[in-house]
Design a protein around this ligand. Structure first.
Ligand code: NAI
Ligand code: MG
Length: 358
């Protein structure tokens, strides 16, 4: 019998990153052991804010070439109290996403069995979304500058870039994502009333691409009205696509509405598969709980499941998520979900449950 082998790069980085990534590796090893038809090989990269403080660089010279050889990347979180956030974000996370053209950022959200949404009327099954975020340009293109520093007339620009190429590929990806889900329903979010150039291009391209997807039902929302709809009518939504900035904000709202930022995953995909894709929990390094053993590992488990899916191991991924949800259903959850156990207890419970699911 031939076993499939995948080489996974891990970048635990800062704060609770190392705690949740080691929990994720423990669960993934158990999944591959029980499944028996594929092997996972992990290689850790110690790139972090500590590396930056010692060497002046997050990624050493030649680092990206090494990273490129792996089948996927499992990323923890980056950010330290004594490094400005724009330095850490651009130094590590965006320094991987952009050259690897991981242009589709996919953020599924749902209410797990046994957990509660802060929305009074939303229960398991009522909120089940996938947010597709443009991940290569838009408001985070990094274009702009600052002049006259420190003067009263100091000026800064932050220029958004919307290229037809990138808008087309992300909208196409979003329609494809919607098509694969049972409801085949897509909401395209823009702000084309106020942002009358780039956002109008989005609207036009959406209408063009929609013609190739006559089986997908789609509608349009302005981003401000979208926040209301997410809160007041979560059942009316399924797949959502928006720009880099808008989807960044909407997906944090989505995670909170589903119960906690501690369960939400995110995939940075290169749909052309020329480069490895990167999988991470949505949350950051959470300094306030670092080292306390209370970080919720579920977001990392879910992102690890998304990684298995992307690698083609969908059956193993499905079983893994079944085990995770069985554990939340039994109330074995961390404090952010109203429970009282720690990272280790949740991780061990998932590993034990996997024995039953496989
Ligand atoms: P954060 O996500 O680190 O924390 C926000 C709140 O959620 C905190 O109260 C934290 O304790 C809680 N939380 C986060 N993850 C949790 C988990 N797994 N279990 C239980 N509770 C959890 O966001 P914050 O505080 O805005 O940022 C902290 C640092 O992380 C900053 O340096 C920021 O730049 C960085 N960051 C990095 C990200 C990344 O690597 N992709 C994403 C977001 C923030
Ligand atoms: Mg964010």
């Amino acid at each position: 019998l031939q076993t499939r082998k995948y080489s996974i790069a891990t970048i635990p980085a800062d704060g609770i990153g190392p705690e949740v990534i080691s929990a994720g590796i423990q669960v993934l090893c158990k999944v591959s052991e029980l499944d028996g038809s594929f092997e996972l090989e992990f290689e850790e990269y110690d790139w972090s804010s500590d590396t930056y403080k010692k060497t002046g660089k997050y990624i050493p010279d030649g680092g990206l070439d090494k990273l490129k050889k792996h089948d996927a990347i499992l990323f923890g979180a980056v950010g330290a109290p004594d490094v400005p956030d724009h330095i850490s974000l651009w130094g590590l996370r965006l320094a991987i996403c952009q050259p690897f053209q991981q242009y589709a950022n996919v953020r599924p959200t749902k209410i797990f069995r046994g957990t509660r949404s802060p929305l009074r009327n939303a229960n398991h099954g009522d909120l089940d979304w996938v947010i597709v975020r443009e991940n290569s340009e838009g408001e985070y293109a990094g274009q702009g500058g600052r002049s006259h520093r420190g003067q009263p007339w100091e000026t800064a620009t932050e220029v958004s870039i919307f290229s037809r190429h990138a808008v087309e590929r992300i909208l196409k990806f979003a329609f494809e994502t919607a098509r694969k889900r049972p409801r085949k329903l897509l909401t395209v979010v823009t702000k084309s009333n106020a942002q009358r150039n780039g956002m109008v291009l989005w609207d036009e391209v959406a209408a063009e691409i929609a013609k190739q997807f006559s089986d997908v039902k789609w509608d349009k929302m302005l981003v401000d009205a979208m926040t209301c709809r997410m809160v007041l009518d979560p059942k009316s939504l399924d797949t959502i696509v928006a720009t880099n900035l808008h989807a960044d904000i909407l997906s944090d709202l989505a995670a909170a509405l589903a119960g906690s930022i501690g369960i939400a995953p995110t995939s940075n995909l290169d749909p052309t598969r020329q480069n490895p894709s990167m999988f991470e929990p949505i949350h950051g390094s959470a300094f306030d709980i670092t080292g306390k053993g209370v970080a919720n590992p579920v977001a990392t488990f879910w992102t690890a499941g998304e990684m298995l899916n992307w690698l083609g191991e969908d059956e193993a991924a499905r079983k893994m998520m079944e085990a995770v949800e069985a554990v939340t259903e039994r109330g074995i959850v961390t404090r952010d979900l109203g429970g009282s156990v720690g990272t280790k207890e949740v991780t061990d419970a998932v590993c034990e449950e996997l024995g039953r699911v496989f």
